[in-house]
Design a protein around this ligand. Structure first.
Ligand code: HAM
Length: 422
């Protein structure tokens, strides 16, 4: 036994290892599929970026930027940050590479880890996994509906049903500033504590999201953005809802919804699952029509979402749904002796070349242990080869589901196994 201290993963960072990792991949792929069907191209983004990109893109006053970023100076003394979300990086890449000079909208999807220094708890991690899409450059309510329907379809394709979609409009530059003032006037008239008053100063909308009952009571009659939309923002929102109705995507208009990122305008939404306790948001997104210009690009609109893969897996568990990934292998080879091992190694290579997943019992551990390993491997078929079989030019093929075993000619292995799995 080694006396060296063992390592643990960093606090609040989940590992996904077999067999659960197969479910992780299946869920991530399931969530991405609807985006692929709608013509979104894959974008692979850097895990770290210039810190200023997130400060400017996501907003200095947000918790994500002010409290939760993994920021450090690299060896060249540049301030870099592990990406807390994907939208700012997508926008940076689109501007940098001129993707917005081609056909619009630019439709992109991504998947991978993001990093937020949050207080870890069930469903809240410091390394979280998202699948996201962004559609940039066209402000068409039909595009809002497409983005929302893709997320909805992603969840439903996995069998999830216990979630709802909250939606609202945060207005645009023609109505939001007036509304902000109106809300501030209202909030400054309330007996708020100092910290809450300060929040009302910086981001009054966030006070509406205060979870304390006394604050909720005080703000029950606060003016709502939805009642103060400009004509064009109202028409836009109604058109989005009309598309969702026709697509059969159910939603609840929630005028008090507040998102944790500052770039949102107009359509804003969140998918909420009731089986997850406090961390109930399984996905969210919205329009961000000022973001590109704010990051030095053209005045182009955009809309997108981020779905939490970790939380989607928890939601599936809460509903008792098993999303099965493919078994680790389909065929398991059991060699009884060195000559048999030499032959099975080649057979395995041939089967793999034919696209069949194969594993072998390595380490010469005897037939009993090897057959047990075959059963545990998830394979449907076992190939059992002894030295005497080898001389006779045959191999044992065992159906692991019903235990039936027969001999087949060695030369026919690839064809017979392929047909047996079909
Ligand atoms: P977000 O709401 O901050 O939006 O995150 C999206 C999803 O990521 C959440 O709904 C949640 O499921 C998951 N998530 C966030 N933080 C954690 C965490 N600490 N642990 C586990 N899961 C988490 C965005 O990130 C935007 N970029 C979405 C977007 C794209 N908006 C427009 N385009």
């Amino acid at each position: 036994m080694s006396s060296a201290a063992r390592f643990s993963a960093p606090k609040g960072v989940p590992d996904y290892y077999p067999p659960a990792s197969a479910e992780f991949l299946a869920v991530r792929d399931g969530l991405t599929r609807a985006a692929r069907l709608a013509g979104y191209g894959h974008i692979e983004l850097p895990i770290f970026e210039d810190t200023a990109l997130f400060a400017r893109g996501v907003g200095e006053s947000t918790d994500v930027v002010s409290k939760e970023m993994y920021t450090f100076a690299d060896r060249g003394d540049r301030s870099v940050t592990l990406r807390p979300e994907g939208t700012a990086g997508v926008m940076r890449s689109v501007i940098e590479h001129g993707l917005d000079r081609g056909q619009l909208p630019v439709k992109l999807s991504y998947a991978g880890p993001f990093f937020r220094y949050e207080r870890p708890q069930a469903g809240r991690y410091r390394q979280l996994q998202q699948v996201g899409v962004e559609a940039i450059g066209v402000d068409d309510p039909a595009l809002d509906a497409e983005v929302i329907a893709i997320a909805d379809e992603g969840f439903r394709s996995l069998g999830l049903t216990g979630f709802r979609l909250d939606i609202t409009s945060l207005g645009d530059e023609t109505c939001r500033p007036q509304y902000r003032e109106l809300l501030q006037q209202f909030l400054f008239g309330l007996p708020l504590d100092e910290a809450t008053r300060a929040r009302a100063e910086i981001n009054p909308l966030r006070v509406l999201d205060d979870k304390r009952t006394e604050v909720q009571g005080m703000t029950a009659d606060a003016p709502l953005m939805l009642d103060h939309l400009s004509e064009s923002a109202r028409t836009h929102f109604d058109a989005v809802l009309g598309h969702l109705d026709r697509l059969g995507v159910p939603y609840t208009v929630n005028p008090r919804m507040v998102r944790g990122l500052d770039y949102y305008t107009k359509t804003t939404f969140e998918f909420v699952h009731d089986g997850l306790g406090a961390q109930s948001g399984i996905g969210g997104g919205g329009r961000y029509d000022g973001l590109m210009a704010q990051l030095g690009g053209q005045e182009l609109s955009g809309i997108g979402f981020g779905i939490g893969v970790d939380r989607t897996i928890l939601a599936l568990q809460a509903e008792g749904i098993e999303v099965a990934g493919p078994a680790r292998c389909e065929v398991y080879g059991v060699p009884l002796g060195d000559a048999a091992m030499a032959e099975l190694v080649q057979i395995a290579a041939k089967l793999r070349a034919a696209g069949i997943r194969v594993d072998l019992a390595y380490g010469g551990r005897g037939v009993k242990g090897a057959m047990k390993a075959a059963d545990r491997s998830g394979a449907r078929l076992a190939l059992v080869l002894g030295d005497r079989d080898l001389e006779a030019g045959v191999i044992g093929l065992k159906n692991l589901a019903n235990g039936e075993q027969r001999e087949i000619p060695l030369n026919d292995v690839v064809a017979v196994v392929g047909a047996g799995l079909a």
